[in-house]
Design a protein around this ligand. Structure first.
Ligand code: ATP
Length: 304
């Protein structure tokens, strides 16, 4: 059980808030999420969504922030990226769907393969990569004045896909259902997305990403702006989606990493050097029996 795995060796007073185990204020949850490791494996892996990063280095101007990071993110799995602030987790995540290149003077080296195809292949359109590899951000960012319905179908514009009303209706229901929001909003799809709670807005953003049927969903601290109950709902959603969408999540919350992920990668940028992966592997092993002392120190809250 993650609660046992994560028992901190340091006194709780030495942990910062993001590293704390169960927040004291968290109300009891009627259906605590089953840790990924305790779930029955699915009978067959999804058809696609195999993401592979090979020797990724990244720079902002002259400054190198990632050094030859390789990571395999298999289909049907949740991969958590963990590590202290500034070690390059978000940069790595944004490289996976070509968002890094939007930053002026940002450059990179290495390869990202999705189902064996180079995401950075100059022959491929940028929108192709973005449609296949969706992203959910730290702060929910629905179009606030747009209806819930239109927020979901807004993702289609990205791919230039046209759809009739019946197809859109079906897509909206399917996407909201997969994001765990349908039952809460089905009677008020014409209301503005901005009128939903923060947690509902985040699930709306997940539904918007799902509407283009991505093979991979990247999540950059998707719960850090949410209350504990909304956080649990998103975690449940992640667990349900992971059967058919590859998920890569950045989180500072070790309990969340233990609850939602199948494998973990621990990033570290030591003494001003660029970020690297110190250790990666199945989540249970990373927390129970880390091979590197620095991983052990981090997951047990001794720094971070
Ligand atoms: N737009 C930018 N321009 C210049 N430097 C940047 C930019 N974005 C990030 N960096 C730098 O790159 C390094 C890695 O940042 P990144 O945000 O990827 O780390 P992180 O591990 O995700 O941190 P956090 O956990 O705090 O979000 C940091 O030193 C950061 O200051």
């Amino acid at each position: 059980m993650p609660e046992q795995i994560l028992s901190p060796m340091a006194p709780a007073s030495q942990l910062d808030d993001t590293m704390r185990l169960e927040p004291a204020a968290e109300p009891p949850h009627p259906h605590p999420p089953v840790p990924r490791s305790a779930r029955a494996p699915r009978s067959s892996p999804p058809a696609g969504g195999h993401l592979h990063a090979e020797a990724i280095s990244a720079w902002f101007g002259e400054r190198k922030v990632l050094d030859r990071v390789s990571l395999d993110m298999p289909p049907g799995a949740v991969t958590a990226l963990i590590g202290p602030s500034g070690c390059g987790k978000s940069t790595f995540l944004r490289i996976l769907n070509r968002m890094h290149e939007l930053v002026p003077k940002a450059t990179l080296a290495g390869r990202v393969l999705l189902d064996g195809t180079d995401v950075y292949d100059p022959q491929r359109r940028l929108t192709e990569a973005r449609a296949a590899i969706g992203m959910v951000f730290q702060k929910p960012n629905p179009f606030p004045a747009m209806s819930i319905y239109d927020n979901v179908v807004a993702g289609l514009k990205l791919t230039g896909r046209r759809a009739g009303r019946a197809e859109k209706d079906q897509l909206v229901e399917e996407s909201l259902t997969r994001a765990g929001l349908w039952r809460e909003v089905s009677g008020r799809l014409d209301q503005p997305g901005g009128a939903l709670s923060g947690g509902q807005q985040q699930r709306l953003c997940i539904a918007r990403s799902l509407a283009v049927r991505p093979r991979v969903l990247l999540m950059d601290e998707p719960c850090s702006a949410l209350d504990p109950t909304s956080t649990r709902r998103i975690e449940e959603t992640i667990g349900e989606l992971a059967d058919d969408v590859t998920i890569v999540i950045v989180t500072h919350n070790m309990q969340q990493a233990a609850r939602v992920s199948d494998q973990c990668a621990f990033f570290l940028a030591e003494q001003g050097t660029p970020g690297r992966i110190v250790e990666y592997g199945p989540t249970g092993a990373m927390f129970e029996n880390p091979q590197d002392q620095r991983t052990s120190d981090y997951v047990n809250g001794r720094f971070g």
